[in-house]
Design a protein around this ligand. Sequence first.
Ligand code: FAD
Ligand code: FES
Length: 278
Amino acid sequence: MNSHLPVSAVITSAEALTKNTTLFTLLTDRNSAVAAAFLPGQFLQLSLPGVGEIPISYCGYLSADGSIELCISHVGRVSTALKSAVPGASAGVRGPFGNGFPLSMYTGKDLLLIAGGLGMAPLRSLLLALRAERHRYGRVTLLYGAREAGALLFLDELREMKKCGAIELRLAVDRIESDSEPLPDCRIALLPALMDQLEVDPARTCAAICGPPVVYPYLVAGAHTLGVADERIHLSLERRMKCGIGRCGHCAVGGYLCCVDGPVFSYAELAGIEGALG
Ligand SMILES: Cc1cc2nc3c(=O)[nH]c(=O)nc-3n(C[C@H](O)[C@H](O)[C@H](O)COP(=O)(O)OP(=O)(O)OC[C@H]3O[C@@H](n4cnc5c(N)ncnc54)[C@H](O)[C@@H]3O)c2cc1C
Ligand code: FES
């Protein structure tokens, strides 16, 4: 099992989640490195023949049949080419790469997950991993914010998890579109505001954060206000990557390379590194 060599995968479903975001399910050999074992927060390299290759976070969790879920926003050359990919199309996948969220540290702890925008993709993988062994973890709270209601991903699934008591859920949108349905369980506020009046037991809470880097300083400040220690605040840094395997230095943050040392870092590792959070 060599994670550096692409294996072929077939797209088995492509579900439009928003106007510009698609949840793809790909089927590959269930024994291949890319499908057999990964942690939420790790990523794979997805390639389209003749177009290119991009890093994408795992959005689902381990499957018995070699299925991999990827939530892709169509922003540029490769990701836009994927917009027209239909079930039956093939792609290359290799990985897993990076470190992922420290699930073993999370055992027995309360989890505070904070997702902004597309940051929900890797945090969905984490939520599914927690749900798969729910008895191993304490209270799980998800704070999730997006630009507008139509950009909130996996809403039905998240509400279902809330309904069955697996998670506590707080939602926010920056603004309400004129044509959108009212969302009774959603505030009009910026993501950090969801941390107001939140009560956690800081001694047993770990925070897992993924979203636009611009909000990270506010979210870290909010976690500090709640009393969560730097070692237990984990942030995913998705820097621009080229090689993805620690060779080119493109993704350097201080003395770290995001693609191999990250993308998940504790705030204890990042504090004091200029530009690490922005
Ligand atoms: C570890 C990691 C995990 C990622 N996970 C996901 C994921 O789960 N889903 C997803 O949709 N995307 C994810 N991305 C971002 C994704 O890799 C980029 O959107 C993709 O590389 C863009 O390639 P492109 O050829 O489509 O765009 P390009 O043609 O290369 O660029 C088009 C535009 O997108 C911008 N852009 C390109 N890459 C990035 C980036 N990494 N961040 C911000 N802007 C960018 C460019 O500045 C340009 O404006 C992840 C990136 C990393 C590093
Ligand atoms: S992307 Fe090349 S070193 Fe990280």
